[in-house]
Design a protein around this ligand. Sequence first.
Ligand SMILES: [Zn+2]
Length: 396
Amino acid sequence: MAQKKSFSLDDLAKAHGIERKVEEKKEDYSKYEPKKYKERNNFTPKSSNSTLFTYPFNFVSLGDKVEKEERKLGKNSGKIECSLINYTPIFTGGEKSKSGKHTTEQFLEDKDNYIISASTLKGEIRNIIETITHSCIRCKNEEIVPEEFKPCDNLKRLCFACRLFGTTVEKADENGNSAYSGRVYFSDAKLPKVGNSTTVITLKPMGEPRETLKKYYLDRFGEIRGRKFYWHHTNQLENKKNYQNYENIIKDRAKPTTTTVHFLKPLKTFSFKVEFKNLTDIELGMLIYALELEKDLLHKIGRGKALGLGSCKISINSFELFEENRYNFSSFTPNRKVEDKNIYLEKIKNRYLENNSQVKQLRVILNEKNKLDFSKGAYLRRDSNKGNMPEILSYK
Ligand SMILES: [Zn+2]
């Protein structure tokens, strides 16, 4: 057995996009069981019997081995116009200012609009597609990624998400290529600045209680137990515009560990577009699915997800394809009705949406209605003694 390298919990937290402000010693790997990949797939976690408790996120299991294939160009090029409505307050960070040790952040904006950046949108959609298609995991700490999910390292054999969205590999191929840019292009989502759309609030610290990091993130082999998703805060979604009580739950006073943000009030409508070229029918179907999801399923976008911010619905308003082999963004032929998207959804149904354990888990954790009670806040200290985190499906 190869000796594992150590990594810090800060690295781990960073790899999972969470803020962490507590210093911690390097992780000692010697206590984990040696990795046995085949065994792990049949392994039922002890957590299946543990008590359900409220925690802001959970992990969609990784599923089967990632399938890597050569890139194939499809015939579908065109664009999709979308709207995005935030059902809970939303925040994406713009300009920062400091007063002593306390930071205040504006919502990202240009002169005329509030903005959700293209890379934020693309990240969210890619994350969902990676989960459904068992794609590779791009994570700074490769040590904790199971062998079969390590990032793609050969441009000739890429996972589904890398084929669609692009990737970079360490070693260039014989033609000197080490990057592939993908075939999907997002615009920023914009909301024109009219009226009084933002509210100032000082948020409770968004870092997690320190003891939960290794306890919840790693399985008994010392590897990540899945892909992280945040629960929606059902009680806040029911409030919609009456979010003032919600503010009382998530607000705090100005101190070094808190941040004051200008968030957008609920029920604002952003618009953005997604252009694509040479997608196969399955790739287009997957893109359409990941954008709209299903009835009652919502995206989580922006910061403060643990506090319930950023629950959003994306809808496709128009869907256009070029005529075959006439790829030119200046001459769209509106030869597709928005309903035609179902043709492409149908193509992924059998292979990806039915009997896919990861989709079943997404249907639970992305559902706007769930059994968890966040009415008293996101992280409840006493919960950290309740044993392992139950699997997503046990919350169904
Ligand atoms: Zn990949």
